[in-house]
Design a protein around this ligand. Structure first.
Ligand code: FE
Length: 352
């Protein structure tokens, strides 16, 4: 409700401003411009910090955002069921593989925007403009700094080596983050090496896969395992967050950025694109451009500890120490299409 109240206030203020500067020539144009403008956002992101951004967009543009949340697959199914009459303008998901599944389901239309192309490196967007990475997240390793030396995990291959037999915590194979990581291993190393890696990982598990990324970090903190796979922002949010127990965990658990075949850490994106049937296409492009702005990226880096996609964006204090990490140059759209192959390998290996 708070969102809608401030939105109608912004629209009223806009109408008032126009009322004061009205000329006869402008009258006709204003009749359409003043009409409340909308954007229907279907998003699989569920972060409170995003709401402040949406409100800012409305204040800047007068465009009211109607937000529908769900899992990526639920939202894709909904857009498909709604068909040509779908109100959806923008679809956002927190994983490249999820964006690719939406692409395969025909959810997106291509967008060409000089601003998006300038702000977002080509490796972080779909080549024909179907979807764009708007934040980055590295899938890396949280380790017990009293038991593990960082050089023992400078490559993802180390997680599958006998050094970590019975010492590894991971979440399940239906985690899209794990599916994208294994997809990237297939892309970088080939199917056979990726298969061997999934087997090594399963052999090293300290316990059956369970919980989310934060639970893996807490398990390292509790001594249940020495190393765990996690997305960077979960650790960084625990380190800077309100929960004292979680902050204590991050004092004994450190982050390592392993390399994939010597080329850098696996980086995934959260991003989105314009829906094929978008009734408010212009607003949709404008919204993506807003999210790619330096200001919006800095906001998400500050409040959700995700890494910016654009080089010119300042890194806030909480994540600044990691700015120099080496990201694998692999284009995200290449591993995004490998989730089903990844699942097959993981399932064959017994990764629950
Ligand atoms: Fe997440």
């Amino acid at each position: 409700m708070a969102l809608f109240r401030s939105v109608s206030f912004a629209v009223a203020a806009l109408a008032l401003a126009w009322g004061c500067s009205r000329t006869e020539a402008a009258d006709e144009q204003d009749a359409t411009a003043v009409k409340p403008s909308e954007l229907n956002l279907y998003t699989a992101r569920h972060y409170d910090s995003d709401l402040a951004l949406y409100e800012q967009f409305t204040q800047e543009t007068g465009i009211v955002i109607n937000r529908i949340e769900g899992s990526a697959d639920q939202l894709v199914a909904r857009i498909r069921a709604e068909g040509a009459g779908s109100p959806a303008d923008v679809f956002i998901a927190a994983d490249a593989g999820a964006l690719r599944r939406a692409q395969d389901a025909g959810v997106f239309q291509p967008v060409s925007s000089a601003e998006l192309e300038a702000r977002i490196p080509s490796a972080l967007r779909e080549p024909s403009g179907l979807w764009f990475g708007l934040t980055r997240r590295a899938r890396i390793v949280a380790y017990d700094s009293s038991k593990v030396r960082p050089e023992e995990i400078d490559d993802y291959a180390d997680l599958a080596s006998s050094r970590f037999a019975g010492k590894l915590c991971v979440r399940s194979s239906d985690s899209v983050y794990n599916l994208s990581l294994v997809g990237a291993l297939i892309e970088a190393l080939g199917t056979e090496e990726a298969r061997a890696w999934t087997r090594g990982v399963v052999a090293n598990m300290a316990r059956p896969p369970q919980g989310g990324d934060r639970d893996q970090i807490r398990a390292v903190g509790a001594g249940e395992c020495e190393v765990a796979l996690t997305n960077s922002y979960y650790y960084l949010r625990m380190r800077t967050g309100e929960d004292e127990a979680d902050r204590e965990v991050t004092e004994k658990v450190a982050l390592a950025f392993p390399s994939l075949g010597g080329q850098g850490a696996h980086v995934n994106i959260s991003g989105g694109g314009v829906v094929a049937t978008a009734p408010n296409r212009e607003n949709a492009v404008r919204f993506l451009e807003f999210l790619a702005s330096q200001n919006a990226q800095a906001h998400t880096a500050s409040f959700n500890s995700e890494f910016p996609v654009s080089d010119d964006t300042p890194w806030p204090e909480g994540i600044a120490p990691y700015r120099s990490f080496v990201a694998h140059p692999m284009p995200v759209h290449t591993f995004a299409g490998r989730q089903s192959e990844a699942l097959t390998l993981m399932t064959e290996a017994g990764w629950k």
